[in-house]
Design a binder for this molecule. Sequence first.
Ligand SMILES: Cc1cc2nc3c(=O)[nH]c(=O)nc-3n(C[C@H](O)[C@H](O)[C@H](O)COP(=O)(O)OP(=O)(O)OC[C@H]3O[C@@H](n4cnc5c(N)ncnc54)[C@H](O)[C@@H]3O)c2cc1C
Length: 499
Amino acid sequence: MDVDVIVVGAGPTGLMLACELALGGVRTRVLERRAEPQRNSRALTLHPRSLELLDQRGLLDRFLPLGRTAPGWHFAQLPTHLDFSALDSRLGCTLFLAQARTEALLAERARELGVEIRYGSELVDLSQDSDGVEAQVLGRRGVETHRARFAVGCDGGRSRTREAAGIGFPGTDETLTGVLGDFAAIDDDPAVLGAARARGVLVAPLEGGLTRLVYLDPERMRVPSREPVTLEEFRASLIRVCGSDCGVAEPRWLSRFGNATRLAERYRSGRILLAGDAAHVHFPAAGQGLNTGLQDAVNLGWKLAAAVNGWSPPGLLDSYHDERHPVGRAVTENTEVQTLLAELTLVPQYQRPGAALRELLDDLLSIEEVNRRLAAQVSALGTAYPPTSPDADPLVGRRMPDIGLSATASGATRVYELLPEGRFALLDFAGDPELGTGWSSRVSAVSVSKLDDHADLDGVIEVLVRPDGHIAWATRTADIAARRDERHEALSAWAGTPS
Ligand SMILES: Cc1cc2nc3c(=O)[nH]c(=O)nc-3n(C[C@H](O)[C@H](O)[C@H](O)COP(=O)(O)OP(=O)(O)OC[C@H]3O[C@@H](n4cnc5c(N)ncnc54)[C@H](O)[C@@H]3O)c2cc1C
């Protein structure tokens, strides 16, 4: 085998996955069709759960200083925003950072970890047998064959990997398109941009003095996304939508995007897996696509590393589909709802009831509990995976909160500082002298005290945190012998046989 895993696509999902695999000691090659890194940025948001994942890997300090944060983000462009700061996280905010910047930082990290990223390398075909996968790759020297044990398609919505693996991509074609423009010059009168915002135009500052405007124009929203956008069209649409062309000039990028919504039937077919847009596409409502891709990658990375390294417990790799497919479905559904809410006000016969519905929902969003429920979904802080047993503690499957800890041997002062290497963390709050386990190569075991009160953790004596920060096992059993048995069972179920 040339390498252990071929990752197809150096977008955010592929690069994040490559970092995770490399942390797990997996020889990884990323193949990217583009000749060089991406310059334009579709996505601008890193939502709370993505920030937590970066924090867990010790990467947050590279990202935070380069963007700007806001305490929440919109749902369906309703005036009352989702309040991420009210959620249970140290990172209850959105970081506005251009996708190209996110990709550059992840590529830098991947290279530090020894990942090989090959630009100008397009996957043209992929097959698999019982030993591995074989990729036909078109590069500068023609078509070459690459072999690996597994391949992961992170190659976007038109994924060649998905097609070659014969995985269906059911859903709906695009029925509506929006338009974005990045401009070096724009009217800087706050009243003009305020009026545009009030009419549903998204206005966002970008790096380098650029400003992005995004709109839906009822007269142009059925134009297919493949049709290029001109500056004249952009100006005419803005005048229709908000009464002014906002002085837009010197465009750097104009693009049309659609609401095709599809979800892969399976995220795994044998030795081929899918992640990110290759597994789910939808309208970019509330900025969730890139975030979902990063979270797919962190769910998959350690499981695939376990399979490559030969310690994967039965069913671990299949749990990637079982856990992430429902998340993909939920995201595609909430973006469809948001698109419908936007479209209603643009179609003449629904304009009045559509506006009333939006007003009603906006009012509901001011109810704390309602806002928190939706914010938990869009931020992905509320993502929880189904427990493997009906008797499991209610914490199992949920994300571990980043509570403060008493000084640990490693110097970690909070839970997420125990996760930078992508290993399991076993936290013992009762000081069991026999905590040290036979799993020390995969599990960091620490006896600590909780420094922060956290209602969900009241009475919890031990907790096993997965490499992706979700809770694999938790116990409130006071009897030490019974607890040790439970612990052994949990470690065997999640971290394989002792090394
Ligand atoms: C207008 C717009 C705004 C958006 N805003 C946001 C936002 O604010 N927040 C958010 O979370 N999401 C947003 N998204 C969605 C986000 O951009 C995508 O979800 C994200 O790019 C998906 O990342 P990915 O790595 O899975 O796929 P991609 O970014 O599509 O990367 C796939 C990579 O694979 C490469 N590739 C493709 N085929 C091959 C092949 N055969 N061989 C080798 N390489 C190949 C491509 O060149 C590309 O580099 C937005 C999308 C749009 C359209």
